[in-house]
Design a protein around this ligand. Structure first.
Ligand SMILES: [Zn+2]
Length: 188
């Protein structure tokens, strides 16, 4: 299916941690393409997996008048004149491409998927049992495997749903605290 919020009643669910704000440019883009309503969800503690699960849960609690949905984060901003392809792509889940720091292979395939800005419909997310998002960890639980989007995509593909990426967005990632170990010794 093709994304066309002008004829498909579409709500946008925006994850707004930590500012709680949906940028005016982002609002303008969403309303311009035909979105009728934006729900800003501030998930509070910086856990993006929890944040996306909250977004889906909040969406499924909305009235049935929104059979179509765009999920996005407030730091992913579609570039207006580079989004044409997005509205021509034909799939059950369509995401915009955006820079993903340190992951050159992020957009290797035409169906590569990342959750920063994507469109889908109610029955697609409804087909999965929650949690929709989960981290995968290495054997010792000291590092994530891949990104949070992998399980969501794999499970939906197993249900027969299709993915496409198209169009381009900017990404202004939130500062992430560095992972490190500090040794602190008592003074001699
Ligand atoms: Zn991802």
């Amino acid at each position: 299916m093709i994304c066309n919020p002008h004829i498909q009643p579409t709500i946008a669910m925006v994850a707004t941690w930590p500012t709680g704000i949906v940028h005016p440019d982002q609002q303008e883009f969403l309303f311009d393409i035909g979105v009728e309503e934006i729900l800003a969800v501030n998930y509070g503690d910086g856990d993006i997996v929890l944040g996306f699960n909250m977004l889906v849960q909040a969406y499924l609690m909305q009235p049935q008048r929104w059979p179509f949905v765009i999920f996005t984060e407030n730091d992913v901003h579609p570039i207006k004149d580079k989004m044409g392809e997005f509205f021509e792509a034909d799939a059950d889940v369509i995401c915009a491409r955006y820079p993903t720091a340190g992951r050159e292979d992020a957009w290797l395939w035409p169906d590569s998927f990342h959750s920063g800005f994507f469109w889908t419909r109610r029955e697609v997310v409804r087909s999965l049992r929650p949690p929709w998002w989960r981290w995968q960890y290495n054997e010792r639980g000291t590092a994530h495997i891949g990104c949070l989007c992998t399980i969501f995509k794999d499970r939906l593909e197993a249900e027969g749903f299709t993915f496409a990426n198209a169009g381009q967005a900017r990404h202004e990632p939130k500062p992430q605290p560095a992972r490190r170990v500090l040794r602190i010794r008592r003074a001699q």
